[in-house]
Design a protein around this ligand. Structure first.
Ligand code: GDG
Length: 738
């Protein structure tokens, strides 16, 4: 394998600069993103597993160019090469404190009322994303892997894609992706640009299935992008949007239990707390972390269970973060007041119920807290994943300790043996604190061990590996689905195949393939030329011609009755071979039609120009004559409503070109193609179609020698593409010459 570089792009580089007495000091940054990435990137396996030469980390820095040069020797790391992005102070504030943390962060964490919508901030966000793009372009070679991280850089994948169309780009979102109802609160231009930005990647990763589904829905509702099995089709590209729950460096936390420094600090802690049980929590200062709710629940616990007075101590560690944003300073004030209130009410000379620290601590101290406490109380109101909970579990080599965890964290879906709580329910939280404090050791051990097994099986190296493997996979899938226009050379080969064959099968879709789409289905009549061509082709004894369409049998009979063509009507619900009687392979239950019709008619009333077409086995709602944007919006609503309505019913809702169709389950153009008698005996097969319903036909023929041709420039399972129906007619005309 040719070696390539892995380029990590995140808002900040993982080192923080401080100017102390004229000299620069450097400290590692803390926070979930850095913990996760460093855990993965510093593993010895990474380079070898992915054929990586160098790991390059691009990120902004608070230093200026001069300081950077001065300190660059100090920050060289044997793991990474750092590429700094320098951003002016004001621009950075508007991008970071502004759009990233006062618009996106609160909205994506379900605090919409905290979100501010300022054009100045959005413009700064776009500008900073452009600066990152320039840094990526200066650094990346075509074969490199570019892995962009988090909500600060959502426009970046698309910006890079425009300049490097073939680049390998992955994006991982470390925070939740909110439900469509929240995401749509963003002004139209912003929300569309953010989605387009993300869809510029080849792979978009989320922590949970919920976040991925929210993203699919927003991309569908706002950009009309279709998703199937985690793959989104958008503007001729395939993008995977998948789930990769971030993990931790399990062994590092597990082994730290026996580290001599950690053990000594743990002893100190236990000595200071005496017989008292220790409740511990650590978070960055953030209103999403539910610290206020945690303190309220602890106060409730002390009120309700006085027998625990003087028997517990709550170590509350808050790491300073974003304290230039007013919501954060307010949150800090609230914490101060509540801690003061609890200690003032319940404390005494010998007992301080809450020991509050507002600072960051080093790894050994953090591990002494994890391993020295009796229970970890983790209560975010919303958290993408929450690594603290996983780290606490991993560090308990002694198999002791209980985790109380909010159901609003991504981690809750993996750590099922924790005591799961709703952070706003102080009754529940205080009851669970009591339960935890009284839990016997065997039960603690059983719970911790089960969670530890899960974390060690899927650690942060697996997480990164799975992400990069999926990225490679989707690149391969893209290649096999690339648009391939039927060039003159290939066209000559097709003609040669046709000429040499003695038993040929032609399967032709009608609307959009043989004739252009008309304003109303009834107006799409075959012209004289087309009629002559079909006539000639079907008269040739070597040929078997099928018109394979979504049209009704009445329509097809009207135009093709006198020719020796075979007909497939209503996408395969009805078949007619050699002018015999119509056969009906599909079940003919139709009781769903009244309900579907009502829903479609109601949609038509709210979308001028649209209409309902009644067929025997299906109902179609057409919106090709409606105002484009309204039509798309209504079609998405209708599609979702019908899917929801018939979710347990044997009908399928299908989206075609400017049409939504409901039809009985169990047949499509693919199964119709496979029902053609003696399919194996043909030595030339040509299938042409333009719509998503024709993909079933292409799928059925995939891997065979058949010539499959898609009309239009969309990516398709067909081997080749033609531009429009005029090209189909000209291709068929050429066949009549042999
Ligand atoms: C974001 C998402 C997602 C904290 N204080 C100290 C310290 N830390 C380390 C912890 C842990 C990390 O910071 C915090 O990670 P979380 O996941 O809990 O939270 P966020 O910072 O909000 O992270 C989150 C994460 O990204 C990863 O995708 O899980 O949902 O919000 O690793 O150990 N480390 C040290 N001293 C401290 O004082 N040494």
């Amino acid at each position: 394998m040719r070696k390539r570089n892995l380029i990590i792009v995140s808002n900040r580089l993982p080192v923080t600069f401080r100017q102390v007495n004229g000299t620069l000091s450097l400290t590692p940054s803390s926070g979930g993103l850095v913990s996760a990435l460093e855990g993965f990137l510093t593993s010895s396996k990474v380079k070898e597993q992915h054929g990586i030469n160098k790991i390059i980390w691009i990120g902004s820095t608070e230093s200026d160019e001069r300081q950077w040069k001065q300190a660059s020797r100090k920050i060289s790391s044997h793991h990474f090469r750092y590429i700094p992005v320098f951003i002016g102070r004001e621009l950075y504030d508007n991008y970071y404190d502004g759009f990233s943390n006062s618009t996106i962060w609160p909205l994506f964490h379900y605090f919409p009322s905290y979100s501010e919508y300022k054009s100045r901030d959005y413009d700064a966000y776009a500008e900073v994303n452009r600066l990152f793009m320039q840094a990526v372009l200066r650094t990346a070679s075509p074969n490199d892997i570019i892995w962009v991280h988090d909500y600060h850089l959502m426009l970046l994948p698309q910006m890079v894609r425009e300049k490097l169309p073939e680049a390998n780009i992955g994006f991982f979102l470390h925070i939740p992706f909110p439900s469509y109802e929240l995401f749509r609160l963003l002004p139209k231009e912003w929300r569309e640009s953010l989605l387009r930005g993300l869809l510029g990647a080849d792979l978009v990763g989320f922590h949970t299935l919920d976040y991925a589904s929210h993203f699919h829905k927003s991309a569908h509702m706002l950009l009309g992008a279709d998703e199937e099995m985690g793959i989104i089709k958008f503007e001729n590209r395939l993008i995977a949007a998948d789930v990769f729950p971030v993990s931790i460096d399990y062994r590092k936390f597990f082994e730290a239990f026996d580290d001599s420094k950690v053990a000594a600090l743990r002893q100190d802690l236990k000595k200071q707390c005496g017989e008292r049980k220790i409740i511990f929590s650590v978070d960055r200062l953030d209103y999403t972390k539910g610290v206020k709710q945690r303190l309220l629940a602890f106060r409730h616990f002390l009120n309700k269970f006085p027998e625990y007075h003087e028997k517990v101590v709550f170590l509350l560690l808050i790491v300073p973060s974003r304290d230039t944003i007013s919501k954060y300073t307010e949150s800090r004030q609230e914490i101060n007041e509540l801690v003061g209130h609890i200690n003032g009410t319940f404390g005494n000379v010998g007992w301080q119920p809450v020991v509050y620290q507002y600072k960051s601590v080093d790894f050994s101290n953090l591990l002494a807290y994890y391993t020295g406490s009796d229970l970890a109380l983790i209560t975010p109101l919303r958290d993408g994943m929450n690594l603290v909970s996983k780290e606490f579990v991993a560090s308990r080599k002694d198999k002791r300790g209980i985790l109380i965890l909010s159901e609003m964290t991504g981690a809750a879906s993996e750590l099922n043996e924790a005591l799961i709580i709703n952070p706003t329910d102080k009754e529940d939280v205080s009851a669970k604190i009591k339960l935890a404090l009284e839990m016997d050791e065997a039960e603690q051990s059983r719970r911790i061990s089960t969670m530890q097994r899960r974390l060690s099986d899927y650690d942060v190296v697996c997480w990164g590996y799975e992400f990069l493997r999926r990225l490679e996979q989707i690149k391969n899938e893209q290649q096999s689905l690339n648009v391939r226009v039927l060039s003159p050379g290939i066209f000559r080969e097709l003609l040669k195949d046709y000429r040499n064959a003695s038993k040929r099968l032609l399967m032709l879709d009608y609307d959009g393939t043989l004739v252009p789409l008309a304003r109303h289905p009834q107006l799409a009549a075959p012209g004289e030329t087309l009629f002559r061509i079909i006539h000639q082709l079907s008269d040739d004894v070597k040929n078997t011609v099928f018109i394979i369409s979504g049209r009704t049998r009445t329509f097809l009979e009207k135009w093709f009755n006198n020719l020796s063509v075979n007909l497939v009507a209503e996408h395969g619900a009805l078949l007619r071979f050699n002018n015999e009687d119509w056969k009906m392979p599909a079940s003919d239950h139709k009781e769903w039609k009244d309900t579907a019709r009502q829903v479609m008619l109601s949609c038509s009333r709210r979308c001028a120009g649209s209409f309902v077409e009644e067929k025997e086995f299906s109902l179609a709602w057409h919106y090709r004559n409606s105002e484009a944007e309204l039509g798309e919006l209504r079609s998405l609503e209708l599609f979702n409503e019908l899917n929801h309505l018939f979710r347990t019913y044997p009908v399928q809702v299908v989206k075609g070109k400017k049409v939504i169709e409901v039809r009985n389950m169990g047949f499509d153009k693919g199964s119709a193609a496979l029902r053609i008698k003696g399919l194996d005996a043909f030595d030339f097969i040509l299938a042409i179609g333009d719509d998503s319903t024709d993909e079933d036909m292409f799928r059925a023929l995939h891997g065979s020698f058949a010539w499959t041709v898609k009309v239009g420039k969309d990516a398709s399972l067909a081997k080749y593409n033609l531009v429009d129906s005029r090209d189909t007619v000209s291709l068929l005309n050429s066949l009549t010459r042999f």
